[in-house]
Each structure stands twice: as structure tokens, then as C-alpha cells.
Ligand binder design. Structure first.
Ligand SMILES: Cc1cc2nc3c(=O)[nH]c(=O)nc-3n(C[C@H](O)[C@H](O)[C@H](O)COP(=O)(O)OP(=O)(O)OC[C@H]3O[C@@H](n4cnc5c(N)ncnc54)[C@H](O)[C@@H]3O)c2cc1C
Length: 391
């Protein structure tokens, strides 16, 4: 671009998931005039299909953890402004095996060294934090106060509606974009599926797991892995029972790179590979979060490959429920929803970006971290570009 400034630039953003909306917010704050195009009647991608965990604890200490903490601050700000339900619930990792407790203790030591202390809890202390934890075999846990919870469909809908109410942002739903073209200077032309053409100074493509509609040849060079995850949601828990913090099992320690520097993780991995290879086969680890309505979101599995099956596997849901029942005892396990979500994961970094033609930037590849990182990533990108400070 000939200018890093956003002021009065006309900016099109393709995709009203959390990454697109985060860019819309950050660009508009700096004076950009933003139009978001979303092909569905509202976002129906990964951003409404997740646990709603704003999850700094899963990010390695350093740059990524700092980004997650910036996102956390931004979530707190937009929640107040837009009226999004945001739960400062923290997170609780449960250890039902000695090797899991060893990982948590090693992690707590690392966290201390990085200046982000976490609390190791005895079994009794864990039960005081969450009444639904299964006390049988419970060794202890690790509590962190940095995690937040949202109810994803509500959060994304309310965020989009609030952004749309701002003077500098428009959102057009049910408007698939089929083509984006530019020459050697402005404008960039955007063509809708209905054949309408509009011109912008810049275009941002935030198409999530859709890596085959726009710039497929460029997306193909990025070595994404598509991942399908199966999820479930219970009825509202009877008598207003609250699970407390987000809950994660020892299995989850295998999933987040934040725990890779803990030596005991090798023991956890080896035990699970030997005892329950079916969990590795489907990438199963288990977590639970609770919404404002009292429902509990349960998951998940990870099936990688470019050829994502449209059909879900009952066997995976049964394994997820089997493992969850080892660590928590919900008053009601009655399910009201089952679904799967798909994300694109870029392994070399926490997101992927490219500029395939003049004035067009592609942003995707957030993997399982979009709710945690998107707001911070977009804010940092626009602050750097416009030499303005991170808000
Ligand atoms: C099951 C599951 C659980 C997860 N749990 C968590 C969690 O708890 N915490 C966390 O931090 N992250 C979590 N994630 C990851 C997070 O949800 C994703 O990283 C994030 O939502 C990706 O956001 P996005 O905006 O890139 O993509 P999406 O949310 O998929 O949005 C992309 C949007 O672009 C639109 N679009 C695509 N192509 C076009 C086009 N040509 N024209 C117009 N519109 C288009 C799509 O319709 C879609 O609405 C989870 C993901 C899944 C699937």
C-alpha cells in the first residue's frame, strides 16, 4: 500500500467471523470506512461453534501469551460497550493421575518464572472451586484466573450488531464474494455472487476454513491443515448448578503447546497412547464451559485432513462423554445439541497472512485459538500499520 494510514480508506472485509469482525473494529477505530461481506445470514463458521473460551493459558509464554492477554483486555472492553455476556471464570485443569499433577506442578513453576503465577490446588481446594468435579481419584489441579468465557453464537451476533451500529461500519449478510481483483494501484474490485461490483481501497479476506473460494492457489501454498471437531451442548443444569471455571482434563495437556516444556508431559502422552490409543486416533481431549443460560458446552475431537467428512461419528461423541464422566459429574448429561466445527490451522505460526495481489490481504489459519487471539492480532496489525498505539 502507498500509505499505512486507515483514515477514510474504504476497506472491505470478507467474512464476519471473529477474525473479520476484529479487523473491522481495529480498522474503524483508526478512521477506516469498513464494509463487511458475509455469505450466510449471520456468521455460521468456527466462531459460533466453539467453547467460547478466551484461553491465554493455552498459549506459550512470550509473544503469544501477551497477544492473548491483549485480546482478553479487548474482549472486556467490547463486552461492556456492546453488551456481550462475558464470564471472568478462569480455568481449572484437573489431575486424576500422578503424571498429570506432575505436569501441572512443572507448568506452575514455569508460569512463576515468566511472572504469571498460577495456583496448584489440593483435591479439596479443587472441589471448592467447582462442585461438579469427580472426586474419585482426584489428585489436585491448577487454577488460573486469566481465562474468560463467552457464549459463542450470542457473542458473535451481539458483537456484529454493535459494530454495525457504529457510523463507520456496514455489514452485508447473505452476500458471498466470488472474486477480488486489482491492478497496480487502487481500487480493488470486489464481486458478489449476484454479479454486483464494488470498489475499495483495500480488501481483507478472513474466510476461515474456506480456503478454496478466494485465492485458492495462494491458500494452497500455505500448508494449512483442516481440522474437524465434534462438540455437544447439555440442557441448562438443574437448580442453577454452576460448574465454576472452564474445566479441562489431563488429556488436554497433550493438546496445548504451553505444556510442551513440562517434562512429565511425555509420561502423560505415553500412558494415554498405551491405555487408550482410540483417544489419540481421534485427537480427543475433554473440556467443559458453561454459558449464561446454564448449558454446558462439551468437547472435543480433532480429525485432520483436507477431505473433511460431512457426517459425524457417534463413536467419537461416546468417547468424549466417557472421558468427561471420569473427571466431572454433571447433574444432567441430557444433550440438546451436537455439531461439528472446522478450522484451518497453520502450523508454522498462530495465524497466516499473505498479500496475493495489490491491496488485498488474506488472514486465516488461527486453528483452535481464534476466540483467544483474533482481537489482539487485528489490533496489533492495525496499530503497527498506522503507527498508532495499541489500545
Ligand atoms: C469446535 C471448535 C472449538 C473451538 N474452541 C475454541 C475456544 O474455546 N477458544 C478459542 O480461542 N478458539 C476456539 N476455536 C477456534 C476458533 O473458533 C477459530 O479459530 C475462529 O473462530 C476462526 O475465526 P475466523 O473468523 O477465521 O473463521 P470463521 O469463524 O469460520 O469465519 C469465517 C467467515 O467467513 C465467511 N466467508 C467465507 N468465505 C466467504 C466468501 N467468499 N464470501 C463471504 N463470506 C465468506 C464464512 O461464512 C464465515 O462466516 C474452536 C474452533 C472449533 C471449530
Amino acid at each position: 500500500m502507498d500509505s499505512g494510514q486507515a483514515k477514510n480508506h474504504t476497506i472491505a472485509i470478507i467474512g464476519a467471523g471473529i477474525f473479520g469482525l476484529s479487523h473491522a473494529l481495529a480498522a474503524a477505530k483508526r478512521g477506516g470506512r469498513v464494509t463487511v461481506f458475509e455469505r450466510s445470514r449471520e456468521c455460521q463458521g468456527a466462531s459460533i461453534r466453539n467453547f467460547g473460551m478466551i484461553w491465554p493459558i493455552g498459549q506459550p509464554f512470550g509473544h503469544r501469551f501477551d497477544l492473548a492477554m491483549l485480546s482478553r483486555k479487548l474482549w472486556q472492553e467490547v463486552a461492556v460497550e456492546a453488551g456481550i455476556w462475558l464470564n471472568p471464570c478462569g480455568s481449572l485443569f484437573l489431575a486424576h493421575h500422578d503424571d498429570e499433577l506432575a505436569v501441572l506442578e512443572q507448568f506452575a513453576k514455569l508460569a512463576d518464572e515468566h511472572g504469571h503465577p498460577k495456583q496448584i490446588l489440593s483435591a479439596e481446594q479443587v472441589l471448592r472451586k467447582s462442585p461438579v468435579v469427580n472426586r474419585h481419584g482426584l489428585r489436585g489441579g491448577l487454577y488460573s484466573d486469566t481465562e474468560l468465557g463467552v457464549n459463542p453464537p450470542q457473542a458473535v451476533r451481539v458483537l456484529a450488531e454493535w459494530l454495525r451500529s457504529l457510523p463507520r461500519i456496514q455489514i452485508h449478510y447473505q452476500t458471498p464474494i466470488l472474486r477480488v481483483e486489482s491492478g497496480t494501484e487502487r481500487p480493488v474490485r470486489v464481486q458478489t455472487a449476484a454479479g454486483a461490483e464494488q470498489e475499495f481501497d483495500e480488501v481483507f479476506v478472513c474466510s476461515g476454513a474456506d480456503i478454496s473460494t478466494l485465492f485458492p492457489e495462494v491458500m494452497a501454498t500455505a500448508e494449512f491443515r483442516l481440522c474437524k471437531l465434534q462438540m455437544m451442548r447439555t440442557v441448562a443444569q438443574p437448580s442453577g448448578v454452576k460448574i465454576g471455571p472452564h474445566l479441562a482434563s489431563g488429556l488436554t495437556l497433550r493438546h496445548y503447546p504451553a505444556f510442551d516444556n513440562c517434562l512429565a508431559i511425555h509420561d502423560v502422552r505415553a500412558r494415554i497412547a498405551k491405555q487408550s490409543p482410540e483417544l489419540d486416533a481421534f485427537g480427543i481431549h475433554v473440556m467443559a464451559s458453561q454459558t449464561d443460560c446454564g448449558e454446558v458446552i462439551l468437547g472435543d475431537s480433532h480429525e485432520y485432513g483436507t477431505d473433511i467428512e460431512p457426517f459425524d461419528k457417534p463413536q467419537i461423541d461416546e468417547l468424549i462423554l466417557r472421558e468427561l464422566k471420569k473427571i466431572i459429574e454433571l447433574p444432567s448429561w441430557e444433550l440438546i445439541q451436537r455439531w461439528h466445527g472446522i478450522y484451518a490451522k497453520y502450523s508454522a505460526d498462530c495465524y497466516w497472512s499473505a498479500e496475493p495481489i495489490y491491496g488485498v490481504r488474506l488472514f486465516t489459519g488461527l486453528g483452535g485459538n481464534g476466540m483467544t487471539l483474533a482481537l489482539g492480532l487485528a489490533e496489533t496489525y492495525w496499530a503497527e500499520r498506522t503507527s498508532s498505539s495499541v489500545v
